[in-house]
Design a protein around this ligand. Structure first.
Ligand SMILES: Nc1ncnc2c1ncn2[C@@H]1O[C@H](COP(=O)(O)OP(=O)(O)OP(=O)(O)O)[C@@H](O)[C@H]1O
Ligand SMILES: [Mg+2]
Length: 286
């Protein structure tokens, strides 16, 4: 059984002229890490909202067809509490995620567990553990309104991870973060992968995807353009025509090949492959 299955989904917003998603189908295995890339406005956030059951539920008057299954069960058959236990969703905009009704970050992170009626002691332990894992102890007594964008992004992630869902849908978790903050979030995502979580991540920072994801989907307004392994998608120049950069190492290798008037079957997409590529290429030259 797949963790997630999306079957022939098409969607148009009530006020939209065109369909944002057209005939989208794909599956995600348990423990798989899928990255979704595409130009701005390509429908990535809309797709995330479908995968968490928010669309079409809260979009009156939209056009929706197709089916979404979570662990083999139709998403529409889940109660909101059951779905929250299975699927954790981190918003693109951390300013939306924070509830605004709690006085401290600690209480804010506990909010979801509180809604599920988790016993107090268990809740306290889970929140303390996640604060330690994300190294945000310095924020725990702050008022959520005092947080910077980057701090909010960390707290938003904590408030989802604390529920311990098996499936994580994460929409651009590092948009507000500097390089160090971005690396910290990816360190946490790596830990989630090691814990065998199923991860669907929307991210523009392609070099990070190349290091961590298993598979990549390229989405545009026509549908899914490619759905393949990280190595296959990130070395494909089709990305460049769709508002997505290639990994830096692929661009450097491509430039080198053009200078040398050579060709390769596949460009390197991460550091390890890059080192091998240049070692082999330079070996040939000397
Ligand atoms: N609530 C809405 N009502 C009508 N149209 C919407 C709504 N939300 C998004 N859209 C439109 O749907 C399309 C896809 O938007 P979406 O936010 O899903 O794209 P995205 O790939 O996440 O973009 P980005 O990379 O900028 O986050 C866009 O053309 C957008 O204008
Ligand atoms: Mg988006």
């Amino acid at each position: 059984m797949k963790a997630l299955e999306i079957r022939d989904v098409s969607f148009r917003y009530p006020i939209g002229k065109d369909f944002v998603l057209k005939n989208i189908s794909f599956c995600v295995d348990h423990g798989e890490f899928l990255a979704v890339v595409g130009a701005n406005g390509g429908g990535k956030t809309t797709l995330c909202n479908i995968l968490r059951g928010f669309i079409p539920e809260f979009q009156n008057g939209c056009d929706f067809s197709g089916e979404v299954l979570i662990n083999g069960r139709k998403i529409s058959d889940y109660s909101s509490g059951d779905l929250a236990r299975e699927v954790g969703f981190v918003f693109q905009n951390p300013f939306i995620q924070i509830s605004g009704v709690k006085k401290t970050v600690f209480e804010e992170i506990a909010f979801g567990l509180e809604n599920l009626g988790t016993p107090k002691e268990e809740m306290r332990k889970s929140v303390t553990d996640i604060i330690e894992l994300l190294r945000i102890g310095d924020l725990k007594d702050k008022h959520p309104a005092e947080l910077s964008g980057g701090q909010r992004q960390r707290v938003a992630l904590a408030s989802v991870l604390v529920m311990n869902p098996d499936i994580l849908i994460i929409d651009e978790p590092t948009s507000q973060l500097d390089p160090q903050g971005t690396q910290e979030i990816f360190d946490i995502i790596r830990i989630m992968k090691e814990q065998n979580k199923t991860i669907i991540l929307v991210e523009h920072k392609i070099d990070l995807i190349s290091e961590y994801a298993d598979r990549v989907i390229l989405l545009n307004d026509k549908g899914i353009l490619i759905d393949d392994t990280v190595d296959a998608v990130l070395s494909d120049k089709i990305l460049l025509n769709n508002g997505v950069p290639m990994p830096e190492i692929a661009e450097v290798a491509d430039m080198y090949l053009q200078l040398k008037e050579k060709k390769t079957d596949r460009l390197p997409v991460n550091m390890e492959q890059g080192i091998r590529f240049f070692r082999d290429s330079m070996g040939e030259v000397s």
